[in-house]
Design a protein around this ligand. Structure first.
Ligand code: HT7
Ligand code: ZN
Length: 872
C-alpha cells in the first residue's frame, strides 16, 4: 500500500451536478443503479480523455452506459479500486448498474446489514463500495434516491432529504423516492431500510418553520429514545442561539443501529447512530452515558453546518469539520451542565489519550500531510487537539469576534468544500487578529512543553515570568518552530486572594499572554505581595508545563484559585508527585510512604458542605493508570498499578469516617434524573463509597451490597459493581453473575458486564477473557462487543501486561482475525501494542514481537499502516 500526500492535491477532472440512485433491495443482494449527470471541470488543468471513478472490487458491475448507450468491454476497464472509461464527452449522463451483497459486508463500510436492517456508512470512502463514483469530498452533488423493497420486510425506507414520492411496482413492492436539495459529497449519503419503530416530535425554528423530528429504532428499544429527542431539541435551539444556525430541511431523522464502527454519523438529514450512543433509560444507562449521548447527538446535529453545509476539500482537512464540531459540542455540554466539570473531563481525556498519541509512532499534525488509509486518521489529534485549536482561536479573538468569524466562515463558504486555511482566514478577516504564526498548530505535530520560572521583587512590586517553549520531535518532523500559545494567567496571594496586576498597560486579575518565541519574559507590575501564579487557566493551550510549585502552593491553589480547572489541576499535580515517588519506591524495592499530603486537602474538601459536589468528586479522583503511563519516561504498568492501589488505601484509611459520612449524606431518595445536580451527588457518593470500601472498615461492604442490590438506576448499580471488581472484594464474582442474569436481555448492559468481567485483576484472567469471547452474549460481528472485551482486558494490568506476553499475544491473535473481517476495527485495537517503545524493555520487547508477527500477515491497508509505522 502507498501513501497519498496533501501536496499532491488537484481539483477533480469531472464534476457531478446530479446523482440519481435506485436501490432494489433483495435478501441476498441489492441492485444499485446510478445516473450521474457529469461534466468536465473547467478548473482542471488535466485535459485527459478518460474518466476514472472510484469503486471497490467486491461490487459486481452489471452494465455501464453513457447517454443511455451501453459501453462495450473495450471502452472501459475495471481494476480492484476503479472503473476507467477511456473516452468521456464534455457533458453526459453516466449510468452504472452494480450488484452488492450487504449481508456479506463485515467491514461495516458502504451498504451493510445490522440485525435485519439495511444501513450505510459512507464516510470516509464507503460510497465507492455501493457504486462507482468520484468519491471525494470536493465533488458535491444533488442526490435523488429511490428505494424499492418488500413492504413487509422494509416498511421503513429512508434516505437523505425529503420524501417526495411513494408508490408500488407492478409486483407489489413499495417504491419511495427521497430528494435532498442541498448538494453534498458522497460521504454524507445514507440509506436505511427495515422494520423499525419511530418516535416523532417537532422543532420550531427561529424563523418559524416547523421541522419534523424522527428517531427510528428496533421496536423493543422505542421507549429508550426520549432522552436523545430532548438532546436533539436542545442542540437545535443552542445552535440558533449561540451560532445563529438554523436547520434547513423539513425533516431531521436519526436511526439507531447495533453494528457500527464508530459513535455516529452526520449524514445529511439522516444521522445514523451506534445504538450505544443513542438509547437511554435510567435502569440501563449510567450518568456518564447520558452525558455522552447528549454530546454525540449534539455533535452530529452541529455537523449540519460545520461539515455538511460547509465541508472539507480533501480528507487532510478533516479537522476543519471535526475539530470545529467537537469544540461546538464541548461548549454546548458546558452550557447545559457545569463549565468546569466539562473542561476537566475534556482536558483529562486530551492529556491522557491525545498526548499519548502525540508521543507515539502515529503522531501526526492536526492537518496530516500524508496517509495510507484515511480511516486511521479519525484520531484524537484531529478531533480533540483540533478542538483545542479552535478554542485557542476563541481565546485569542474573544466571544464576539469569534462569532463574527464563524458567521463569515459559514456565509462565505456555504455549499463549498474548503480548507483549514479558509477557516482561519475567515476568523482573521472578521477580527483583524493576525493568526499567521498561530497556523503552525495545524501543521506541527507533538505536544509543546513549557517551562515557567518567576521572580518577584518586593521593592518594585513586580513579577517577572520567564517562559520557554519546546516541542519534541515526532516521526518525520525532527525540528519544530515556536508556536503562538495563549496563556491565561492569574495571580493568587499567599492568603488565597486574587491579586490585581498591570500587564501590557491593562490592570486586571487575569491576563492572556501571547507566547510566540522560544523564550519570553512577561512583566507584571502593581503586584501587592508575592504571588502564586495560576498558570494556563482553563487549560488555555494543549501543552505540558512545569513550574516549581511547593506542596503548600499547590494546596493553596487547590483551595483558593478562582479558576475551577486550576483548583482541580493543583490536586492532580500533588497526586502525580506522590504517585511518582511511590512508583520510584516500588521500582527500587524501598518501603512505601504511608502518609499523603493529599489527606489534608481531601479532608477539608469532604468537610466543607458549601462546595460543589461535582468539583469535590473530580478532585478526589486520583490520576488514572493511563495518565500516569503517559507521564512516565519508561512505563512499568505493574509499578504504576501498585502505587495507585497503595495511595488509594492510604487515603481511604486516613479518611474512612469522612468518606462514610459523605456517602451517607449523598444517598438520594428522589426519582432518578440525569440532571447536573443529581449527577454531581451520585458522583461524589460513589467515589466516597469507593474509598470507603478500600478502607479497613468492613461495614462499607454492607452499603456496597445494599446499593448493588437495591438501586433503581444503572449509575449506582454499576458503580457498586465496578467498585467491587476494582477493590477485588470477595463477592465480586457472585455480583458479576447476578448482574448478568439480571440484564442478559439488554445488549448494551451486557457490554458493560463484558468490560468489567474482562478487566478483573487476576493472573489467570486471560482464561476468563477467552471464555467471554466464546460466551453466548459475545458476537465478533459487533464492534461494541469486541471493544467491550478487549478494552476491558486492556485495563487489567495483570492480564494484558502479564510478564509472559500472553496478553499481548492474545490481542495480536484478535487483530489478525479481525484484519480481514473488519479492518477499521482491527486497526483501532492495535493502539496499545503500538506504544511498545515506551514500556520497560521486558514488556516492550514482547509487544514488538507481536507487532512483527502481525506484520507477516496479508494485511489490510488500515492495519498495515499502523503496524509499519509502529515498527519504524
Ligand atoms: N464524521 C463521523 C465519522 C465516522 C466514521 C469515520 C470512519 C469510519 C466510520 C465512521 N463512522 C463515523 C463521525 C463524527 O465525527 O461525527
Ligand atoms: Zn464529527
Amino acid at each position: 500500500p502507498s501513501a497519498i500526500y496533501l501536496k499532491d492535491y488537484t481539483v477533480p477532472d469531472f464534476l457531478i451536478d446530479k446523482t440519481e440512485l435506485t436501490f432494489e433491495l433483495e435478501e441476498a443482494n441489492v441492485l444499485v443503479t446510478s445516473r450521474l449527470h457529469m461534466r468536465r471541470n473547467a478548473l482542471s488543468s488535466d485535459k485527459v480523455a478518460s474518466l476514472v471513478l472510484d469503486g471497490g472490487d467486491e461490487m459486481k458491475l452489471i452494465g455501464v452506459a453513457i447517454d443511455n448507450v451501453s459501453l462495450s468491454a473495450d471502452e472501459y476497464q475495471i481494476t480492484n479500486q476503479s472503473l476507467e472509461i477511456f473516452s468521456a464527452p464534455n457533458e453526459f449522463v453516466l449510468t452504472c448498474e452494480t450488484l452488492v451483497e450487504p449481508q456479506n459486508n463485515t467491514r461495516l463500510e458502504g451498504l451493510y446489514r445490522s440485525s435485519s436492517m439495511f444501513c450505510t456508512q459512507c464516510e470516509a470512502e464507503g460510497f465507492r463500495h455501493i457504486t462507482y463514483y468520484l468519491d471525494r469530498p470536493d465533488v458535491m452533488s444533488v442526490f435523488t434516491t429511490t428505494i424499492i423493497g418488500d413492504e413487509e420486510k422494509y416498511p421503513v425506507m429512508l434516505s437523505n432529504g425529503n420524501e417526495v414520492e411513494r408508490g408500488k411496482t407492478e409486483d407489489g413492492k413499495t417504491v419511495v423516492t427521497w430528494h435532498d436539495p442541498f448538494k453534498k459529497p458522497a460521504y454524507l449519503f445514507a440509506l436505511v431500510a427495515g422494520n423499525l419503530a419511530v418516535q416523532d416530535d417537532v422543532f420550531k425554528t427561529k424563523s418559524g418553520r416547523v421541522v419534523t423530528l424522527r428517531i427510528f429504532t428496533e421496536h423493543h428499544n422505542l421507549e429508550k429514545v426520549d432522552y436523545a429527542m430532548g438532546a436533539l431539541k436542545r442542540s437545535m435551539k443552542w445552535d440558533e442561539d449561540v451560532y445563529g444556525r438554523e436547520y434547513d430541511l423539513d425533516i431531521f431523522m436519526v436511526v439507531a443501529v447495533d453494528d457500527f464502527n464508530m459513535g455516529a454519523m452526520e449524514n445529511k438529514g439522516l444521522n445514523i447512530f451506534n445504538s450505544s450512543c443513542l438509547l437511554a433509560s435510567p435502569e440501563t444507562t449510567t450518568d456518564d452515558a447520558y452525558l455522552r449521548i447528549e454530546a454525540i447527538v449534539a455533535h452530529e446535529y452541529f455537523h449540519n453546518w460545520s461539515g455538511n453545509r460547509v465541508t472539507c476539500r480533501d480528507w487532510f482537512q478533516l479537522s476543519l469539520k471535526e475539530g470545529f464540531t467537537v469544540f461546538r459540542d464541548q461548549t454546548f455540554s458546558s452550557d447545559m451542565h457545569s463549565e468546569t466539570v466539562k473542561r476537566v473531563e475534556d482536558v483529562s481525556f486530551l492529556r491522557t489519550a491525545q498526548f499519548a498519541e502525540d508521543a507515539g509512532p502515529m503522531a501526526h499534525p492536526v492537518r496530516p500531510e500524508s496517509f495510507i488509509e484515511i480511516s486511521n486518521f479519525y484520531t484524537l489529534t484531529v478531533y480533540e487537539k483540533g478542538s483545542e485549536i479552535v478554542r485557542m482561536i476563541y481565546t485569542l479573538l474573544g466571544e464576539q469576534a469569534f462569532r463574527k468569524g464563524s458567521d463569515l466562515y459559514f456565509d462565505r463558504h456555504d455549499g463549498q468544500a474548503v480548507t483549514c486555511d479558509d477557516f482561519v482566514a475567515a476568523m482573521e478577516d472578521a477580527s483583524g487578529v493576525d493568526l499567521s504564526q498561530f497556523k503552525r498548530w495545524y501543521s506541527q505535530a507533538g505536544t509543546p512543553e513549557l517551562l515557567f520560572e518567576s521572580k518577584y521583587s518586593v521593592t518594585d512590586k513586580t513579577l517577572k515570568l520567564v517562559v520557554k517553549q519546546t516541542t519534541p520531535p515526532t516521526p518525520g518532523q525532527e525540528s519544530k518552530l515556536p508556536l503562538h500559545i495563549p496563556i491565561k494567567l492569574g495571580l493568587i496571594s499567599k492568603d488565597g486572594n486574587e491579586l490585581e496586576s498591570t500587564y501590557s498597560g491593562e490592570t486586571a486579575q487575569e491576563h492572556v499572554l501571547h507566547l510566540k518565541s522560544e523564550e519570553a519574559t512577561f512583566e507584571f507590575s502593581g503586584v501587592d505581595s508575592e504571588p502564586v501564579p495560576s498558570i494556563l487557566r482553563g487549560f488555555s493551550a494543549p501543552v505540558k508545563y512545569e513550574y516549581a510549585y511547593s506542596t503548600e502552593e499547590l494546596l493553596l491553589l487547590m483551595s483558593s484559585d478562582s479558576d475551577g480547572f486550576n483548583r482541580w489541576n493543583a490536586a492532580q499535580q500533588l497526586a502525580v508527585r506522590e504517585l511518582k515517588s511511590l512508583i520510584h519506591q516500588i521500582k527500587n524495592g524501598e518501603p512505601l510512604a504511608d502518609q499523603s499530603d493529599l489527606v489534608k486537602g481531601f479532608k477539608s474538601l469532604l468537610l466543607n458542605e458549601e462546595l460543589d459536589p461535582a468539583m469535590v468528586a473530580l478532585i478526589l479522583e486520583l490520576p488514572s493508570q493511563a495518565y500516569l503511563s503517559e507521564l512516565e519516561k519508561e512505563i512499568d504498568p505493574h509499578a504504576i498499578h501498585s502505587a495507585l492501589t497503595h495511595l488509594t488505601k492510604v487515603i481511604a484509611n486516613a479518611l474512612k469516617e469522612e468518606f462514610s459520612a459523605t456517602y451517607m449524606n449523598n444517598v438520594e431518595s428522589t426519582v432518578y434524573e440525569p440532571n447536573a445536580i443529581q449527577i454531581a451527588k451520585r458522583a461524589l457518593k460513589n467515589i466516597a463509597l469507593h474509598y470507603w470500601v478500600e478502607s479497613d472498615d468492613v461495614t462499607a461492604l454492607e452499603s456496597l451490597n445494599e446499593q448493588f442490590s437495591n438501586s433503581d438506576n444503572m449509575t449506582d448499580q454499576y458503580a457498586a459493581l465496578s467498585i467491587a471488581v476494582e477493590a477485588g472484594v470477595e463477592k465480586a464474582d457472585v455480583m458479576l453473575a447476578t448482574f448478568y442474569d439480571q440484564w442478559l436481555h439488554e445488549s448494551l448492559v451486557v457490554n458493560k458486564w463484558l468490560t468489567l468481567s474482562a478487566s478483573q485483576e487476576n493472573v489467570d484472567g486471560l482464561k476468563r477473557v477467552e471464555e467471554l469471547m466464546s460466551h453466548p452474549a459475545f458476537d465478533i460481528k459487533n464492534p461494541n462487543k469486541v471493544r467491550a472485551v478487549l478494552g476491558g482486558m486492556g485495563r487489567s494490568v495483570q492480564v494484558f501486561h502479564k510478564e509472559d506476553g500472553s496478553g499481548y499475544r492474545y490481542l495480536a491473535d484478535q487483530i489478525i482475525y479481525l484484519n480481514k473481517r473488519n479492518p477499521q476495527l482491527a486497526s483501532r485495537i492495535c493502539t496499545p501494542l503500538t506504544r511498545w517503545k515506551k514500556y520497560k524493555s521486558s514488556l516492550g520487547d514482547l509487544m514488538k514481537l507481536e507487532l512483527e508477527r502481525i506484520q507477516k500477515e496479508d494485511l489490510s491497508k488500515d492495519v498495515y499502516e499502523v503496524i509499519t509505522k509502529s515498527l519504524n
